[in-house]
Design a protein around this ligand. Structure first.
Ligand code: V47
Ligand code: SF4
Length: 399
């Protein structure tokens, strides 16, 4: 675990450059790093240097607490009229037979499947198609709330919102108000990709711009709503595009305080138009988590999306700034399975998730979408499971 002493060692280490020691000093004293320093970290920060800084921040904010929630996903369709080159969905517009387009009833049936399960959140996101419009989504949210009022609806991204509001010729403000009244509780982080137009125009041309993505979140925050943010990295972008992305999020967060968590999403290269690109390696992924944690000083949480990166990598990420690992997902989240995620069947029970967290000496805390504690699993022994009893005797839960 990282202490202030570990950082002090870096500050005094004359083998390190002046610039890196200065950054370590800033982190030690809670001083924000600059755009140029962010780039410098990407270019010159070693894995161990970045890990020490990021873990210091993570433990200062959360100690060993590691959050997860119990949620399930609905993907209304896997067909999309946009053609983002990193996505496996858009090709389906040509191969419709491989696609699905759920009706309202089919989506409600998915919700009902979880009636007797202690889930707190439904995460709804998928492709963009004309039949899924303002009327459809407001009716869907209302129907979910009628059926299960306490279920938190985390749904759609500015990509869908921009499209459906434009189609109905209503402003973002009016549109988001309609969504709120229908039962929308929060907005997930998707659709952010890379904000910088040099990259966005090449990989996600046609859908909402970076500015529009940020504007919709700003309006939602202004209405008292909370949301998440992502960054799709490891394709054709340069480090300056990543830092630009983080900078824009940091500036909006200064203004609104409405973001809860930042989720770096590693580009996966299976079955999409960028399959020729090599994926980033483990070291680069951990460095990216760490720099995100260091740069986004005004974000409470950094999340690793475990179905995408796999269980071993998730455990590693917990030492590089990550304090949240998303949810227990009992059905296959298909967008990732298609793009080549580590988990071909990404489901993990609460018990498995708790074990994963405990094994690396952290404290598993179930949260709801708004990060209110639901249950502390640190000392809970699952009755039917004798594997955990072994771990409980290890001195791993320090702090
Ligand atoms: O915006 C698509 C990404 C995102 C690929 O807010 C890909 O809690 C990697 O945003 N390789 C949607 N990524 C998912 C998302 C999300 C996930 C988990 C939790 C939350 C949250 C949000 O998935 C898209 C896009 O950036 N994506 N294709 C790919 N080939
Ligand atoms: Fe459509 Fe989203 Fe895939 Fe782009 S990333 S093609 S908007 S589903």
């Amino acid at each position: 675990m990282t202490s202030g002493t570990d950082i002090q060692v870096l500050i005094n280490d004359t083998n390190l450059s002046e610039e890196l020691r200065h950054i370590a000093d800033k982190v030690r004293n809670d001083v924000r790093i600059s755009f140029e320093e962010g780039i410098h970290l990407f270019e010159h920060g070693s894995l161990s240097f970045l890990g020490t800084l990021a873990n210091f921040i993570r433990e200062k904010k959360h100690g060993n607490n590691t959050y997860f929630n119990r949620n399930f996903h609905i993907e209304p369709t896997n067909v999309c009229l946009y053609t983002c080159s990193f996505c496996s969905y858009s090709r389906l517009i040509k191969k419709r037979e491989e696609g699905w387009e759920y009706t309202m009833e089919e989506m409600l049936d998915i919700v009902k499947k979880y009636d007797d399960q202690p889930v707190t959140e439904v995460h709804i996101v998928g492709g963009v198609l004309p039949q899924y419009d303002v009327k459809f989504y407001t009716e869907l949210f209302q129907a979910i709330k009628r059926h299960r009022p306490e279920l938190h609806i985390k749904a759609l991204t500015p990509v869908e919102y921009h499209y459906i509001f434009k189609k109905d010729k209503i402003s973002y403000e009016v549109g988001m108000q309609l969504m709120k009244e229908a039962g929308l509780d929060s907005i997930p982080g998707g659709g952010a990709e890379i904000f910088h137009p040099e990259i966005r125009d090449k990989i996600a041309g046609g859908k909402c711009s970076g500015d529009q993505w940020l504007r919709i979140h700003e309006i939602w925050h202004g209405m008292g709503g909370r949301s998440n943010a992502t960054m799709l990295y490891g394709h054709i972008e340069e480090y300056r595009h990543r830092i630009d992305h983080l900078e824009q999020l940091r500036q909006l967060q200064d203004k609104t305080g409405g973001f809860q968590t930042f989720i770096p999403l590693k580009f996966r290269n299976q079955d999409n138009e960028m399959s020729h690109l090599e994926e980033t390696n483990v070291v680069e992924d951990l460095r990216n988590y760490a720099i995100s944690r260091i740069y986004l000083d005004n974000f409470d949480h950094i999340k690793a999306y475990w179905p995408m990166i796999g269980r071993d990598m998730t455990q590693l990420a917990l030492a590089f700034g990550v304090d949240d690992i998303d949810g227990t997902i009992d059905d296959t989240t298909k967008i990732y399975a298609m793009a080549g995620s580590e988990e071909q069947n990404p489901s993990m029970s609460t018990q498995q998730l708790v074990t994963l967290i405990r094994r690396v000496g952290r404290k598993p805390i179930e949260r709801d979408t708004l990060y209110r504690e639901v249950q502390d699993f640190t000392d809970l022994i699952f009755e039917e499971d004798n594997v955990y009893k072994g771990y409980m005797s290890l001195p791993v839960l320090n702090g």
